[in-house]
Design a protein around this ligand. Sequence first.
Ligand code: ADP
Length: 298
Amino acid sequence: MGTTLHVIGSLMIDRVLRVPALPAAGETVMARSAAVHPGGKGANQAVAAARCGARVRMLGRTGSEGAFIVRELAAAGVDTACVMTSDAMSGFAAVMVADDGMNSIVIAPEANSRIGDVDIDAFLAGASPGDLLLMQNECSGLGHAVTAARARGMRIWLNAAPMGDAVRSIDLGALSCLLVNEHELAALTGIGEAEAALHQLAHAWPKLDLVVTLGAEGWIARVDGAIARGHAIPVNAIDTVGCGDAFVGALAALRSEGMPWIDALARANAAGALAATVAGAIPSMPMREAIETLAQPH
Ligand code: ADP
């Protein structure tokens, strides 16, 4: 068993409406179906890491309607002692998915934006030097968390999703790993071609490990000072929601365990592929055994 993985991140109630076509401005359409799922990038990645075998604790905030997400986290083995439930409205995502697969998503962080510096300091008091801190960009406190975790000698991983001003104001030199998808990479660098953008970031931040997911194309990374890449594993993809979170959560778990980069990336690639075969986000986060089986050369 490696070190503990610490996650500071979001809990979201995903309200998913299946519609024949996305409504135009001013239009009202009838949904084919409606569903409510536990989600949020922080919660998804914490579950992914726990199912991959890591010892995981999480800091987050949700409202009373979000209590079912906390139960999901606990059921997956995540330590939720620092996940606070309050009177604030729970963060939620309004998701519309059309028959042609196109989607449209609005995220309201609500309780997630009430994580304060005091909460972060109390949470990080439970961490040891060398432990890995994993964050995304759906909750408040990013800047303070980076400063405080660095002072404690932690390894800091940022999944810069969604891309935004909070990410741009961070000193990337304080991170040990930056993880993005191809769209976030282009938004961050202004360069559309992934490898060229990776080279630009690597030039600016020579010590930073960089991991870029490319959806059905696989991944490309700059780790241990060299470029590495892998193809996606062909699967019967039915729902790619949560693929990135499965990849990132598994990778953080395996690196936390001390696994070499290339082996960990191959397994994260399998975790992302497995997530595409199951609907929803948290329900699709795979177990370690399935990851190991799919990651074997075939
Ligand atoms: P995000 O959800 O953040 O946009 P991606 O779409 O880049 O993330 O997917 C993350 C990872 O999941 C990919 O790098 C790949 O390993 C895996 N993946 C995504 N889509 C597929 C697919 N259709 N088939 C196989 N693997 C996939």
